[in-house]
Design a protein around this ligand. Structure first.
Ligand code: LLP
Length: 425
C-alpha cells in the first residue's frame, strides 16, 4: 500500500500532513515513512524466513543514520562501498559482522578499517585488488574473507548508466576469467575465499535476468567445488526495481515472487548436486527498500510563462535530486493540496543556473505560487546523491512514524558549506 495518500484533500505521509511538515521544517525537505520502510524490508525478511539468508541493505540508496538504525534493528546487514559508509553503519549501531564491502577501488585505508572492524566479506573485483587486500591483511596478521564479484554478462535491460553486468562495464571479474581469478585468490595466504557475488544492474522490473545470473553463479560454484574451492555463500546483488508511476510503466515483479523463484532454483540445485545441503544466500537491495518510502517536499516560488513552455520554479533543484537530469528519470509530481482550476502544462524546474536543472517535464498541473509539490518515490538515490552546487545547503530529512514527525537531518546552513575552506596564509 502507499503510505502517501490524500486525507481531507491534503497529501499525508501516514498520519502527518505535508503542509504542517513544510511549516515546521521548511522546504525542500525529504519526508520518509517509517511504516513503508519496515514494510519493504519485511517483504525481504519474510521471504527469507527459516533460511540461511542475509539482506545487506545497499546503503548508497539512502544512508541516513536513522534509516540504518531502523533497518539494523529489523535484522538487516549492510552493503557498503566506502570507509565512510562503514563509519555510518557503526555510528548507527549496525553490525560490521553483517557488512559486506563492494566497489572496484578500495583504498589501503578502507581495507584496514574494514579488517579492524571484522566485516563479513570483501566483494573483490580484480586481481590487483586481491593482492592489495592480501598484503593489508598480512600486515595486520589477519585473513580477509573474500567473495569475487563475477560479471555474468547478462543484459539487465535497464538504463545504460545503471546496467553493470555486461562485458563492457567496469565491474566485476569477467565470467571467463573467474576460475583463474578464484585460483589466484585461493593461493594467497591471507585471504579466505568464502563467496561469490554479482550485481547486474538497477531498476530491473523483471527477474528473468537475475535468475539467468543465478544460473551462471551456480555453474561456477560447482566448477570451483570440483577443484576443492568450496564457497559458503552466494550473493546475487540488488537491483529489483520500483514503480515510479509513469504512464505505461510496467510494475516490477514483487519481492516475494522473485525471492520465491530464486530460492526454488537454489533448492532444486542443492537437492540435485549437494545432497540438499543449503548454501547461505545474500541480497544487496537498495532501491526496493527505500524508494517508495520517501518524497521530496518542495514549494513553488514562481510561475513563469515561457515562449514555448510554462515553468513552475520550485525551491528544490537538481542538487537535491539528480535522478531526472542525470538519467532522464521520470518522477511523479503531486500537488500537496490540489486546487480546482485550469490545468496548464509545466516543466518543474529549480533555481540552479543550468538548463539541465529540472525535476519533471510536461506535467499537467493547476497550481499557484506558494503551493507545495511532492516529488514522489524519491527515497532512493535522492539525498545520497545531493550536492552543494550553487552553494545550496542540502535539504532537511524527516521520518514520519504514525502522526509523529522526527527530524533526522537538519537543513545545511551556507556557513556549514564553507566551514572547511580557508584563505591563503
Ligand atoms: N549492490 C551493488 C554492488 C550496487 O552497485 C548497487 C547499486 C546495489 C547493490 C543496489 O542496487 P539497487 O537494489 O538499489 O538497484 N543512482 C542510480 C542507481 C545506481 C545504482 C548503483 N548500484 C539511480 O538513481 O537510479
Amino acid at each position: 500500500m502507499s503510505h502517501f495518500s490524500y486525507q481531507n484533500g491534503v497529501l499525508h505521509a501516514d498520519g502527518a500532513a505535508l503542509p504542517a511538515i513544510a511549516d515546521q521544517f521548511g522546504t525542500p525537505t525529504y519526508v520518509y515513512s517509517k511504516a513503508a520502510l519496515l514494510e519493504n524490508f519485511g517483504a525481504y525478511f519474510d521471504a527469507c524466513k527459516g533460511r540461511d539468508a542475509l539482506v545487506c541493505y545497499a546503503m548508497k540508496a539512502n544512508s541516513n543514520l536513522a534509516i540504518l538504525d531502523l533497518l539494523g534493528r529489523e535484522g538487516a546487514g549492510f552493503d557498503i562501498v566506502s570507509g565512510g559508509e562503514l563509519l555510518r553503519v557503526i555510528a548507527a549501531g549496525g553490525d560490521p559482522g553483517k557488512t559486506i564491502f563492494s566497489g572496484i577501488g578500495k583504498t589501503v585505508d578502507e581495507m584496514t578499517l574494514a579488517l579492524e572492524k571484522n566485516i563479513l566479506c570483501f566483494n573483490v573485483e580484480s586481481i590487483p585488488e586481491l593482492h592489495r587486500l592480501n598484503e593489508v591483511a598480512a600486515g595486520m596478521g589477519k585473513r580477509a574473507p573474500v567473495s569475487l564479484r563475477v560479471n555474468p554478462n547478462v543484459d539487465a535491460k535497464t538504463h545504460p548508466y545503471i546496467a553493470t553486468g555486461l562485458k563492457a562495464n567496469k565491474f566485476g571479474v569477467a565470467f571467463d576469467d573467474a576460475l583463474d581469478t578464484y585460483r589466484a585468490a585461493a593461493a594467497l595466504p591471507n585471504l579466505d575465499v568464502v563467496g561469490i557475488d554479482c550485481h547486474i544492474g538497477s531498476q530491473l522490473l523483471d527477474d528473468a535476468p537475475l535468475l539467468e545470473a543465478l544460473d551462471k553463479l551456480i555453474e561456477l560454484i560447482d566448477q570451483l567445488g570440483s577443484e576443492g574451492i568450496n564457497l559458503h555463500h552466494l550473493d546475487i546483488g540488488g537491483g529489483l526495481g520500483v514503480d515510479y508511476g509513469a504512464e505505461g510503466d510496467k510494475p516490477p515483479v514483487p519481492v516475494g515472487t522473485y525471492l520465491g523463484r530464486l530460492f526454488a532454483r537454489i533448492d532444486a540445485w542443492r537437492a540435485e548436486k549437494h545432497g540438499g545441503q543449503p548454501i547461505k544466500v545474500i541480497f544487496e537491495p537498495g532501491r526496493s527498500i527505500v524508494a517508495n518510502t520517501g518524497v521530496l517536499l518542495t514549494r513553488i516560488e514562481f510561475l513563469k510563462p515561457g515562449v514555448e513552455k510554462n515553468f513552475a520554479i520550485v525551491d528544490a533543484a537538481m542538487n537535491d535530486l539528480m535522478r531526472p537530469t542525470l538519467y532522464q528519470a521520470w518522477m511523479g509530481v503531486q500537488p500537496v493540496a490540489p486546487r480546482d482550476g485550469d490545468k496548464l502544462i509545466y516543466d518543474v524546474v529549480g533555481p540552479i543556473c543550468e538548463s539541465g536543472d529540472w525535476l519533471a517535464r510536461e506535467r499537467e498541473l493547476a497550481v499557484e505560487p506558494g503551493d507545495l509539490l511532492a516529488i514522489m518515490t524519491a527515497g532512493a538515490y535522492g539525498m545520497t546523491m545531493a550536492s552543494n552546487y550553487n552553494t545550496r545547503g542540502r535539504a532537511a530529512e524527516v521520518i514520519v512514524d504514525g502522526e509523529q514527525v522526527h527530524l533526522v537531518r537538519q537543513r545545511e546552513n551556507p556557513a556549514d558549506l564553507f566551514a572547511l575552506e580557508s584563505l591563503l596564509k
